[in-house]
Design a protein around this ligand. Structure first.
Ligand SMILES: [Zn+2]
Length: 301
């Protein structure tokens, strides 16, 4: 840049280093705002129950934006450190270098925390698998997952994501439901696997662990995410098998387990208007009625 008097040009004092520090601060502020906004977005109001998929997508978009802004802040801080040589004073150079190292240290601490806390999360899934492994009575291979039947007196079904995804179903559940109801429950579990709900739950759990304990946002968000993935899987299964079968299955389970949450989910399904089921992604099952089920409903399905 030349002056009006035509003196030789020289770089603006500390220009690039100072700019990079300002950019790092701006990105950090944006990251904090987005990461704090995302729980509010997901937990404020009641619209999420009507539109669970939109709510979860919106949360992921805002949360992802927050992470991207945090990473951009670190990149800007590193840039500030690299261009520290152009700083006007030694004090400025030391400050920007310090900011860069503190940012990098922060990223390292977060990564270490995530890797340490991710291990117990995957262990909890493995623990539920190990618990029922001795009672496995049958394994059915299906495209994309294995259906595992196990002998247990509890009414139980769950999806276990991973490299070899599995859907666990207890024989007691098979006895308690009709074929269509059972198919609806398995379609619900299949939706969890197909839509990657394991990741959504994991991110919400990590978010709850990372946010300070006194902030309720993290815990609220974890609870909301757990509910939203259930509602999304309900809607998917209802669209495939028919809402009436899933609603009846949930009502039957609610009566046996005294779980009011299941009853509310059944009621929610009956309040909505549904198109005829598509059966497009319906998992094909080799389910046979058990003796108990045939006896209970007189052999009609
Ligand atoms: Zn579920």
């Amino acid at each position: 840049m030349s002056t009006c008097c035509g003196r030789p040009s020289r770089p603006a004092p500390g220009g690039s280093a100072a700019d990079a520090v300002i950019a790092a601060g701006a990105f950090l502020t944006a990251a904090a705002a987005l990461l704090l906004l995302s729980p509010w977005l997901l937990t404020g109001g009641r619209w999420q129950v009507r539109h669970p998929r939109t709510a979860l997508t919106a949360w992921f978009a805002v949360f992802g934006g927050g992470i991207a802004a945090a990473l951009a802040s670190v990149a800007a801080a590193i840039l500030a450190a690299v261009s520290g040589g152009t700083a006007a004073t030694a004090a400025e150079a030391v400050t920007v270098t310090l900011v860069a190292w503190v940012s990098l240290g922060g990223v390292g601490a977060v990564l270490a925390f995530i890797s340490l806390s991710a291990e117990p999360l995957s262990q909890s899934w493995r623990a539920s698998l190990a618990r029922y492994a001795p009672a496995v009575s049958r394994r059915e291979q299906h495209p994309g997952y294995t259906l595992v039947w196990f002998d247990a007196p509890e009414l139980f079904a769950c999806a276990v994501p991973g490299r070899h995804p599995e859907i666990l179903v207890s024989t007691a559940l098979q006895d308690a439901l009709t074929i269509r109801q059972l198919q609806a429950v398995i379609a619900h579990e299949h939706a969890h696997l197909r839509l990657g709900h394991g990741w959504a739950v994991r991110i919400a759990e990590l978010n709850a662990l990372c946010l300070p304990r006194m902030l309720r946002a993290g815990r609220d968000m974890k609870r909301s995410t757990l509910l939203l993935v259930e509602l999304i899987a309900d809607d998917t299964a209802a669209g495939q098998v028919g809402a009436v079968h899933l609603a009846n299955a949930l009502a039957a389970l609610a009566k046996t387990t005294n779980d009011p949450g299941l009853e509310l989910r059944a009621e929610r399904l009956t309040l909505r208007r549904w198109k005829p089921p598509t059966r497009r992604h319906l998992p094909q099952l080799a389910i046979r009625p058990t003796d108990a089920a045939v006896e209970r409903i007189g052999g009609t399905y």
